[in-house]
Design a protein around this ligand. Structure first.
Ligand SMILES: NC(=O)c1ccc[n+]([C@@H]2O[C@H](COP(=O)([O-])OP(=O)(O)OC[C@H]3O[C@@H](n4cnc5c(N)ncnc54)[C@H](OP(=O)(O)O)[C@@H]3O)[C@@H](O)[C@H]2O)c1
Length: 242
């Protein structure tokens, strides 16, 4: 059996990843988000607010149960937020805290418990953190978002290094940027005030010119990586290069 733990499965890229995983017969998907939109006999849902990180450790411990029949276990940290799109000086403090909790602290806690639970199990293990191209360069209005994705990249690099140093085999960690995908997050981007985000017109053009990828196509690219990990030796990846 293959087990996929995926966060943010109620819509967008996370939902497409869960639905893609469920196309295969021997797969169980465990999804986490505040709302549920998938009904399937091999799908189970945990309604959690992942930005509420205070007791996430104990919830994660309960999530990653013993999986003695596992051939492959995958954790995909996908849930994320753009946060309050504003320039420094105007950002709501509580939104800064909420963004880093959801985009950085929650994935780190889930990785911590996933590695603890499955470090010694004899199954293929993969952690994929959904990153972004903007982990590598600054975008005005997106300070927290850019910084959180840069942090997620480095969490992935360090986890991969530690597994290598401990001689753990058959366990890969990736930070994978999805390109520009037609989801609610893109709708939210187009709704912001141009005074807080100078690239607004460019993002409207992406939508109008049909440049946005469909989430199902994006999910397919992630599964290409999952099914061919030997072709992807670097931790940081971008599906646009696949
Ligand atoms: N779309 C793009 O062009 C793009 C580009 C680069 C990177 N990404 C990254 O791709 C990932 C998915 O983005 P998307 O475009 O699919 O976004 P989306 O359409 O806004 O979906 C976000 C998902 O995260 C969940 N989520 C949000 N806040 C949550 C919380 N507090 N607790 C639990 N779950 C929560 C949402 O579920 P609930 O609301 O039900 O909780 C939803 O399922 C994100 O990490 C994003 O940064 C997207």
């Amino acid at each position: 059996m293959q087990y996929y733990f995926i966060t943010g499965t109620s819509r967008g890229i996370g939902k497409a990843l869960a639905e893609r995983a469920l196309q295969e017969e021997n797969v169980q998907v465990i999804g986490v988000s505040r709302q549920q939109s998938i009904e399937h006999e091999r799908y189970s849902h945990h309604s959690l607010d992942l930005s509420d990180v205070g007791n996430l450790g104990s919830k994660a411990e309960a999530l990653f149960t013993e999986l003695s029949d596992a051939e492959r276990i995958v954790l995909i940290n996908n849930a994320g937020t753009l946060g309050d799109v504003k320039y420094f000086g105007s950002i709501a403090d509580d939104k800064i805290d909420q963004l880093f909790s959801l985009n950085v602290t929650a994935p780190a806690i889930l990785m911590n418990h996933f590695i603890r639970a499955y470090q010694t199990i004899k199954a293929e293990r993969i952690i994929i953190n959904i990153s972004s191209g903007v982990s590598q360069y600054p975008v005005d209005g997106w300070s927290g978002y850019c910084a959180s994705k840069a942090a997620l990249d480095m969490l992935s690099e360090v986890a991969a290094l530690e597994l290598e140093k401990q001689g753990v085999r058959n366990f890969r960690v990736y930070a994978v940027a999805p390109g520009i995908v037609d989801t609610q997050m893109q709708t939210n981007i187009r709704d912001v005030d141009e005074r807080n985000f100078s690239r607004l017109e460019k993002f409207k053009d992406y939508k109008d010119s049909g440049a946005l990828d469909d989430p199902t196509q994006t999910a397919e690219k992630y599964f290409y990586l999952i099914n061919h990990p030997d072709k992807f030796l670097e931790v940081r990846q971008d599906v646009r290069g696949f």
